[in-house]
Design a protein around this ligand. Structure first.
Ligand SMILES: Cc1ncc(COP(=O)(O)O)c(C=O)c1O
Length: 481
């Protein structure tokens, strides 16, 4: 996009040029190739306002940070008040009032065994902390995790992710980690029987794997087996927390009682990064075991007043506006509307989720015409089909969405929890129209042209087109159809 910047010294560059020059040129290329590079002047609630007056619906929620909506006035008011108070925020030599308040509130809301909180500034930091705390408590080194999960891109978190694409080229990760298939009780039992694992770290619903929902029995059995074999059950609620699935955490939905819970994303109120690792008192004590160890695990920005105030404001809004109930009710409405309107399309495989944490998964077409076109797409790039759906939703229907990072055939559906029924109706109609478009040859031809044009020398991100010459790619793909 060619908007100019007022930053001194770079007035001659558009934002795209400046970002490409100084941050990440591949990101600019990718967004441009997909037609997603749009300037928005304002965002509020579930809506994004473009400079040309178009209004988009946000069904991505910034990877899940906007549960209370964009620019919730109470979050804004609380942050302004905090700044105007001129209270010290990061003295690193005081007992922070707001951190104490937020920690108490989080433990009350999570309930169960949650009695202590470690604050960080992201989900990955929570995962890193969980690895350290569980090792300290159990005196074991190994961490078990579920295949297909997503836990963040720091080295510890990456060590708990089976999709090697995220790890390639970054050297050795933690060696003492092991994956088990998600939902497979037998494999979990076999692994935990070894009694070498400090923790089983798992999402209650695998978001980036396409919102994969396990059975209640699986998670209950996981808890029982962990208790039996002295392994801590660490539930990564970075995406599912703060009422995304209805209850405060998805662990409540499944009725499990973890030893640790990781929160981040939406706790920020969509404004100030904050993460929290909730845990049992005895686990916490194993790290902060003496006065000498009072700050053995810490981070400069954790517990800063703005982050804590954003967290407290978020929890107040969630309670006052009954976001949990909204999420449950609107989620049921969304899924039933989507099923009514989309089930007739041959490529729709499943519409699934809990609360407002949902995904629409596609499958390869059966009809001969589409089968050939689909084969051409898959040859060009496994993510091309999903990306074309996202692009068409965006360009034709003004809906912002995203495919799942570890499952290219699933498009995630994560609106702010303040979304209205009318907005959901608009979204469902948009989907119906896009599915109709995807049944036409023009949709597929456009996809092949885009794939060819993208000519990515590197895979800039999971959604990028692999290394290939434009002509070669176009010829190869067109030859397939
Ligand atoms: C389930 C889950 N855990 C951890 C993370 C990492 O969080 P962050 O990006 O804040 O480090 C993510 C990010 O998407 C996530 O979805």
């Amino acid at each position: 996009m060619n908007h100019t910047t007022s930053i001194p010294g770079s007035y001659h560059l558009s934002t795209d040029q400046q970002y490409a020059a100084y941050v990440n040129p591949q990101w600019v290329r990718l967004l441009s190739a997909l037609g997603l590079n749009k300037v928005f002047n304002r965002s509020f609630g579930a809506e994004l306002f473009a400079d040309n007056g178009d209004v988009y619906l946000d069904f991505l929620s910034g990877y899940g940070v906007y549960n209370v909506g964009h620019h919730h006035p109470f979050v804004t008011q609380e942050l302004i008040a905090e700044l105007q108070s001129q209270r010290p925020s990061m003295l690193q030599s005081h007992v922070p009032t707001l951190a104490a308040q937020l920690a108490e509130k989080l433990c009350q809301l999570a309930g169960g065994k949650m009695e202590k909180v470690y604050f960080g500034s992201s989900g990955s930091e929570g995962v890193e902390a969980a690895i350290k705390f569980s090792r300290a408590f159990t005196k074991r080194d190994w961490i078990l995790y579920a295949e297909g999960g997503f836990h963040g891109l720091t080295c510890g978190a990456l060590s708990l992710m089976s999709n090697l694409w995220w790890r390639e080229g970054f050297g050795p990760m933690l060696r003492e980690t092991q994956a088990v298939p998600f939902g497979d009780v037998k494999a979990l039992r076999q692994a935990l029987q070894t009694e070498k694992y400090a923790a089983y770290l798992v999402e209650p619903i695998q978001g980036e794997n396409g919102v994969k929902v396990p059975t209640r029995e699986y998670l209950h059995e996981a808890q029982r087996l962990c208790e039996k074999h002295g392994t801590l059950l660490v539930i990564d609620e970075v995406q599912t927390g703060i009422h995304r699935t209805g209850p405060f955490i998805a662990s409540h939905y499944f009725g499990i009682s973890p030893d640790m819970v990781i929160l981040a994303k939406a706790l920020s109120g969509g404004q100030v990064p904050v993460g929290a690792l909730l845990m049992r008192s005895d686990v916490c004590r194993s790290v902060y075991s003496s006065i000498d160890k009072a700050c053995v695990h810490a981070s400069t920005f954790s517990e800063n007043a703005l982050a804590m105030r954003a967290g407290l404001a978020t929890l107040q809004i969630a309670e006052k506006e009954k976001l949990g109930e909204r999420s449950t009710n609107l989620g049921n409405f969304l899924r039933s509307e989507l099923m009514n309107r989309l089930s007739r399309f041959e490529m729709i495989k499943e519409i699934r989720g809990v609360g407002l944490f949902n995904a629409i998964e596609f499958q390869a077409p059966r009809s001969i015409g589409l089968k050939l076109l689909y084969a051409g797409f898959t040859k060009a790039h496994p993510g091309l089909f999903g990306q074309m759906i996202v692009k068409t939703l965006f360009e034709e229907e003004k809906i912002l969405s995203q495919m799942a990072g570890n499952n290219f055939m699933a498009i995630k559906s994560l609106p702010p929890l303040v979304i209205t029924e009318e907005q959901i109706v608009r979204y469902v109609s948009a989907w119906e129209h896009v599915c109709e478009l995807a049944s036409r040859t023009s949709f597929w031809m456009q996809g092949l042209r885009i794939a060819a044009k993208a000519l990515a020398p590197d895979r800039a991100c999971p959604n990028a087109v692999p290394k290939a010459g434009a002509e070669v790619l176009q010829e190869r793909a067109l030859a397939e159809v």
